[in-house]
Design a protein around this ligand. Structure first.
Ligand code: PLP
Length: 444
């Protein structure tokens, strides 16, 4: 399937009719940036209900790791569905769940034995990780980071601090959650320069939070996204994670990596923590794990996953069809897609950096593999955020047949399926170039 191919104005008549029905009975809390109504998909191409084809650099918010409807994943789903759809791993046993736990052991960014808890989503995987950290350490405080996104159920939301809209109206949230600055080197929260950075954000935890707010021996865990996702696709320096590891080990806290978005091959390694050479004690992953079937897992060092029967469980968590999809997904990732994410990602990042020469509005291009952020600014010196321009560019991309999403206040995220080819990456760059040219301030 080639893309983009646009046959109607957007939205087409069928899409417009469905959106009108949606607006009557579907919750208004969803954030649809543009009127895409999907009918089908193949690889990195999405077709809408009016027969328009789009190149997909959004992947259902960084989910469709193996592309849309990968035949191996579809086959695994059908085979499993024909056998049984559900039996609840909470009360019974079934092979796909055990097998997936074995697969997680094989790919986990942790040496030694790992155990897996099964959930249905990213937020549930984070909830499980936080509960486990509290249970295991018998401590109740958690440190998280400003700009982070960990989900929207009440526990995870208490850690989430990406946008105020996500928290507004829902307080009081979980007590005992403290937020520290995240190592965003483009906008250093401490006003320092990347080339002389020694991970001072971690000093801030030691010198401020652990001195003025909470005693280190009462902190269960530090929960961190290896690369901040929703907050803007922000890649911290290696020393940030190294120092978090050292700090948590020193005080008997657990290091919890939220790999919900950065995991499952997206960054060109199976888990983003591998880029930093740091092992967490617990990690949560979801999104790409089952190519779009609902699944989240929390994995921990075997000695940390020490809770007894009944302490935590979920009726649907680890659904057998989702587990079958995950096993097929992991095989594809290991065989070729993690490598493809690294190679095509490098190509796409290089292409986006080339666009910086032409478009002054691009302040920063960052990322690993196919987790790429393009931050837009009104002025490269003041770094004033180009928020309206970002929104306009995301829209313009859609009307050209390219699906992208925003991240943070003023960044574009490129999170395509990991099957994206270099040729498709080039098409994406051309369309992005055009969209920025039309909506951003172009410098000759
Ligand atoms: N953690 C991270 C890093 C995420 O990016 C997300 C979702 O974007 C979540 C947790 C929550 O996942 P879900 O939307 O599946 O609950």
């Amino acid at each position: 399937m080639n893309a983009p191919v646009l046959k109607t104005s957007l939205p087409g008549p069928k899409a417009a009719a469905l959106i009108a029905r949606d607006s009557k009975h579907v919750s208004p809390s969803y954030t649809r940036d543009y009127p895409l109504v999907m009918a089908g998909g193949h690889g990195a191409v999405v077709e809408d209900v009016d027969g328009n084809r789009f190149l997909d650099c959004a992947a259902g918010i960084a989910v469709n790791a193996t592309g849309h409807a990968h035949p191996d994943v579809v086959k695994a789903i059908v085979d499993q569905a024909q056998r049984f759809l559900h039996m609840s791993g909470t009360d019974f046993y079934y092979e796909p769940q055990v097998r997936l736990a074995e697969e997680m052991q094989a790919i986990a960014p942790i040496k030694g034995e790992v155990k897996t808890f099964f959930a249905n989503s990213g937020t549930e995987a984070v909830e499980a990780s936080v509960k486990l950290a509290k249970y295991h350490t018998k401590r109740h405080n958690i440190i998280a980071f400003l700009g982070s996104f960990h989900g929207r159920s009440m526990g995870s939301l208490s850690l989430t601090s990406s946008k105020v809209t996500q928290r507004r109206g829902f307080g009081p949230l979980l007590p005992g959650v403290y937020h520290a600055p995240f190592a965003n080197c483009y906008r250093c929260p401490l006003g320092l320069k990347p080339d002389s950075c020694a991970g001072e954000c971690v000093d801030w935890i030691e010198d401020q939070i652990l001195v003025h707010l909470v005693s280190p021996d009462e902190v269960a865990a530090i929960v961190v996204e290896p690369i901040q996702g929703e907050g803007g696709y922000v890649v911290p320096p290696k020393q940030f994670h190294e120092r978090l590891r050292a700090l948590t080990s020193k005080h008997g806290m657990l290091l919890v990596a939220d790999e919900v978005q950065s995991g499952m091959g997206r960054t060109g390694k199976m888990f983003a923590m591998e880029h930093f050479g740091v092992e967490p004690d617990i990690f949560a992953t979801a999104k790409g794990i089952a190519s779009g079937m609902p699944l989240g897992v929390s994995c921990a060092r075997a000695e940390v996953m020490s809770w007894p029967p009944g302490a935590h469980a979920s009726t649907f968590g680890g659904n057998p069809v989702s587990c079958a999809a995950a096993i097929a997904t992991i095989k594809l990732l290991r065989d070729s897609l993690v490598r493809n994410a690294a190679e095509v990602g490098e190509h796409l990042i290089a292409g986006a950096r080339e666009l910086m020469k032409k478009h002054q509005i691009i302040g920063d291009v960052r990322g690993k593999g196919l987790m790429i952020g393009i931050e837009l600014v009104k002025d490269r010196t003041t770094k004033e955020r180009a928020v309206a321009e970002r929104d306009a560019i995301v829209q313009a991309c859609f009307y050209k047949g390219l699906l992208v999403l925003g991240a943070g206040k003023n960044s574009i995220r490129l999170s395509p399926p990991l099957v994206l080819t270099k040729a498709q990456a080039d098409v994406a760059l051309t369309l992005l170039d055009e969209a920025i040219g039309e909506c951003g301030s172009v410098v000759a």
